[in-house]
Design a binder for this molecule. Structure first.
Ligand code: HEC
Ligand code: HEC
Length: 384
């Protein structure tokens, strides 16, 4: 219960720009020279904590997404610490690599055993703001949308026998705190907050870090801003092929894979996209046992999609060309196939694109890449 309440408090930290003033007044505390020396012996962290807050352009919402910089800094260290796993060989970044938009290029991922995960690793760097997409509540995480927060997700992942294999997260946190630099980082992130357990602090910090990830400086975003959000008209700095791809995307894909405002209005968060007539992994239906949710999965966000291969919940497609071929000729008329992918009541809609149009759609998807934002030093491995 306490965990839930605390999550709410964190999500409320997504502030509208009208609150900017309060935020500016916040005093920044730096580490004392002695403390910074201890940190520096082990970690590449700046003297003044990095700024993890984001100011979103109007084209993706226009508001400020507030982050607690000291919690996010601690979360960054934890994200890259292999001591979060039972054999001390796996960290979050084993499966979530920044330059791949926080995926790992594997169909299924190895963790602490010889087994692999049963689903494809979800990207963390495909949102204009991770927090703005998930932080308001309502939108849930994992391919089957089974958890509501990064705290819950991290706890599940750390306990998952294949992924990180721990049973007692309190013990993990207590162990870390024997390290002097962790003592300093935890105290800076949660000053005098003794009502929280070390486990809660650890999970909250991971949440602050993951929530701070955001990318909105792709070629597409730049053109969206330049055009004053006129996404239908051809973009000045797009090639003819990219503009053709954009047209196809806006007509056939954008209804589910929203590229605009990041919160509230996103609409379709889960759907069946006709990969099979009958699924071995039923997605949301696997949990709910609701017939109308069989074969229904999260609709993934597509910024940086060029970097997140292979694709779909089971990583079945190695390339974007294969994904496009699916929507062009492979959509199956599953009983829960979403209406946006239907031609009529009982017929799947295949786009039957010609070769040029298929290439154009792939070219457009590549304009969504924003590697620069992913490579920001505040997201990088801090360990020396
Ligand atoms: C062994 C690989 C592996 C490790 C280690 C791992 N993850 Fe993941 N992560 C995955 C997979 C696979 C999924 C999708 C699982 C599913 O949907 O059932 C996922 C999903 C997620 C999601 C959900 C994203 C969304 O949009 O729904 C978040 C957030 C996340 N991981 C963060 C983390 C954090 C934080 C850590 C470290 C505490 C971590 N992961 C460690 C493989 C891993
Ligand atoms: C009805 C909603 C819907 C429409 C319309 C739609 N998709 Fe999807 N898309 C989904 C869902 C749901 C998934 C995940 C399905 C799964 O893994 O089982 C998905 C997955 C994807 C993925 C894989 C992303 C990843 O990270 O693995 C790509 C790429 C993609 N779609 C591109 C497109 C393109 C291009 C179009 C237009 C031609 C399109 N989609 C139209 C719902 C939709």
């Amino acid at each position: 219960m306490k965990t839930k309440l605390f999550f709410l408090a964190t999500t409320m930290a997504v502030l509208l720009s009208s609150c900017l003033k309060d935020n500016e007044k916040t005093v920044r505390h730096n580490y004392s020279p002695e403390h910074y020396k201890v940190i520096q012996a082990h970690l590449n962290l700046p003297v003044e904590v990095d700024n993890y807050s984001l100011q979103l352009p109007q084209t993706v919402g226009g508001f400020q997404v507030f982050a607690d910089n000291k919690q996010a800094t601690l979360g960054r260290v934890l994200f890259y610490d292999k001591r979060l796993s039972v054999n001390k060989e796996v960290n979050c970044a084993s499966c979530h690599i920044a330059e791949k938009a926080f995926t790992d290029g594997e169909q299924f991922s190895p963790g602490v055993t010889t087994e692999r995960t049963s689903r494809n690793t979800l990207a963390l760097g495909t949102f204009p703001s991770f927090n703005a997409y998930y932080g308001f509540g309502g939108t849930r995480m994992f391919w089957d949308n089974r958890v509501a927060s990064v705290m819950e997700q991290s706890a599940e992942t750390m306990k998952n026998p294949v992924e990180m294999g721990n049973t007692d997260l309190g013990k993990v946190a207590d162990e870390l705190l024997k390290e002097e630099y962790y003592e300093i980082l935890f105290e800076a992130a949660f000053p005098n907050q003794n009502y929280l357990t070390n486990e809660e602090k650890m999970l909250t910090a991971l949440q602050s870090f993951v929530s701070s990830i955001g990318c909105f400086n792709s070629k597409y975003d730049q053109e969206l801003i330049r055009s004053n959000d006129h996404k239908e008209a051809p973009f000045t700095n797009f090639t003819a092929e990219e503009n053709r791809g954009k047209e196809i995307y806006n007509t056939n894909c954008a209804s589910c894979h929203n590229l605009g405002a990041v919160a509230f209005s996103t609409g379709i968060v889960a759907a069946n996209n006709g990969l099979e007539l009958s699924y071995s992994d039923e997605g949301i239906g696997e949990i709910s046992h609701n017939p109308s949710e069989m074969g229904v999965f999260k609709v993934p966000m597509l910024r940086n999609v060029e970097l997140t291969a292979p694709y779909m919940h089971d990583g079945r497609f190695a390339t974007l060309e294969q994904v496009v071929e699916h929507y062009s000729s492979g959509v199956k008329n599953h009983e829960n196939l979403h209406e946006n992918l239907k031609k009529s009541f009982d017929e799947a809609k295949n786009l039957n694109l010609n070769e040029n149009d298929k290439q154009a759609l792939v070219a457009f998807l590549k304009t969504l890449t924003d590697k620069g934002s992913l490579m920001a030093s505040r997201y990088a491995d801090p360990f020396k």
